[in-house]
Ligand binder design. Structure first.
Ligand SMILES: Cc1cc2nc3c(=O)[nH]c(=O)nc-3n(C[C@H](O)[C@H](O)[C@H](O)COP(=O)(O)OP(=O)(O)OC[C@H]3O[C@@H](n4cnc5c(N)ncnc54)[C@H](O)[C@@H]3O)c2cc1C
Length: 417
């Protein structure tokens, strides 16, 4: 049964009737023995792929197999930032398609995801960085995507908390994308799960995949018994290499923990997303008033969703250098997610050495913003067997061919992204 259309009128009607008429946003399903398509991983990419397979490609016989509950992976752990300020033309096109997807998201999915295009500001601290951001802004302008340079006075006007002359890396200016911003991450998962479920997709929670046997159909051993499927999509973020190993192949993916933090709530003091280019630190203020912030990945491989102390210290130091006033706030919570870091920092949406097994991975620490386009291109690949025009450059084979994507202008070195 559908959860019905959400609207201001419905909210009013339910309020008058004691909120007795709401139905579950999606149906809890149990895995059937066979599906046309099985998607492993109920994160943002798995759910968006299921939605697009059902909506755009008309395939309804689909299961999303999620080992936990929806939203407990990186989808519900990220810092909610969306933007399309990339450097290489194919990446600008892909990520701007995603940003346009966020601009339509709430109308299309009939769900309030608190899409807030408050702007994202990258700070500039060296002449080299200014040069790089100017090149990036020009590359974006050539693709018709907004980007603008802000001088130090403009930075101070936008973010009064920033200490322009901080001793570590004084601020020389900023690189602003006004269409960037934040989107409430759990709402994104709930919206896609609800829409996919309404279209007939089985959202199967608490069912982990523990084995993959290639063949046609592919057999998945799950914690709820075997499931076979004509085609399978792996969308398991930091667990991609372990699931690929189950299917018998290796991936150019390493798993690292990425941490984030939130402070106690304060009145509005930070009304855009700001990124410190001199150290690993970025922050925004949530609608509840907490300052949400994070930094770089931990320095060693890990599957633990908690993170390590040295990175806590590194992130705090960078944040307090940039915005010393933050020292007055108490940190309420800290958490981490496990990142699927690809060797060139760009995603992999591709077929694999195993026939009928497809991948959506390598989203690194920036995969949340990609979800509306990532779901579309993965659905296209699984439905048609050919890459979507927006994602031809995301093929797995680029690593074998030495054709890595040089997004950071830093060459094909994993440590440099
Ligand atoms: C602290 C932090 C901050 C971040 N900030 C941002 C940001 O501001 N902007 C941005 O764009 N990106 C950000 N990211 C990155 C972003 O969250 C990820 O790139 C993106 O969410 C990954 O895609 P996903 O949502 O599908 O992953 P997930 O939500 O992790 O989905 C993968 C799912 O697969 C499931 N799974 C794993 N193994 C199995 C199995 N064997 N069987 C069944 N299910 C399985 C997991 O339980 C999980 O739910 C951040 C990440 C973290 C951790």
């Amino acid at each position: 049964m559908s959860s019905g259309r959400y609207s201001g009128f419905r909210l009013l009607r339910e309020a008058m009737a004691g909120h007795q008429g709401w139905r579950r946003a999606w149906h809890p399903a149990e895995a059937k023995p066979h599906y046309r398509i099985a998607i492993i991983g109920g994160g943002g990419h798995g759910l968006a792929s299921a939605y697009h397979l059902a909506k755009t490609y008309g395939i309804r016989d689909i299961a999303v197999l999620e080992q936990g509950a929806i939203g407990q992976g990186n989808l519900g752990r990220n810092t909610t930032i969306v933007r399309s300020n990339y450097f290489t033309a194919p990446n600008i096109r892909f990520y701007d398609a995603a940003l346009q997807g966020w601009e339509r998201f709430e109308q299309e999915l009939n769900f309030n995801a608190m899409v807030s295009q408050r702007g994202t500001l990258n700070l500039i601290h060296t002449e080299g960085q200014r040069d790089l951001f100017a090149r990036r802004a020009n590359a974006m302008a050539l693709e018709g995507v907004d980007a603008e340079y802000v001088d130090p006075a403009g930075v101070k006007a936008l973010v009064p908390l920033v200490e322009l002359t901080n001793a570590r890396y004084p601020v020389l200016g900023g690189f602003l994308q006004r269409r960037g911003g934040t989107v409430r991450h759990d709402a994104v998962g709930w919206a896609y799960a609800r829409a996919a479920s309404d279209l007939g997709v089985d959202i199967v929670e608490h069912t982990g995949v523990i084995g993959i046997t290639p063949g046609h159909p592919i057999t998945l051993s799950t914690t709820a018994g075997p499931v076979t499927a004509e085609r399978v999509l792996l969308a398991v973020a930091g667990h991609s290499s372990t699931l690929a190993a189950m299917a018998g192949f290796r991936l150019p993916i390493e798993t690292y923990a990425l941490q984030a933090f939130v402070t106690e709530s304060v009145k509005p003091v930070l009304d855009l997303v700001v990124t410190y280019g001199g150290g690993h630190f970025y922050a925004s203020q949530s609608d509840k008033g907490g300052i949400v912030f994070g930094g770089a990945t931990d320095g060693h491989n890990s599957y633990a969703q908690r993170g390590s102390w040295p990175q806590v210290e590194e992130t705090m130091t960078a944040g307090l250098t940039l915005m010393p006033a933050l020292s007055r706030l108490k940190v309420l919570r800290q958490w981490a997610g496990v990142m699927d870091m690809s060797m060139d920092g760009s995603p992999i949406v591709s077929d694999t050495p195993v026939p009928h097994l497809y991948l959506s991975t390598g989203w690194c620490y920036g995969g949340f913003k990609a979800i509306p386009a990532g779901g579309l291109v993965a659905a296209h690949l699984v439905a048609t067997g050919t890459p979507h025009p927006l994602a031809e450059h995301f093929r797995l084979g680029r690593f074998r061919a030495g054709a890595q994507i040089d997004e950071r202008g830093a060459g094909p070195y994993p440590w440099a992204h």
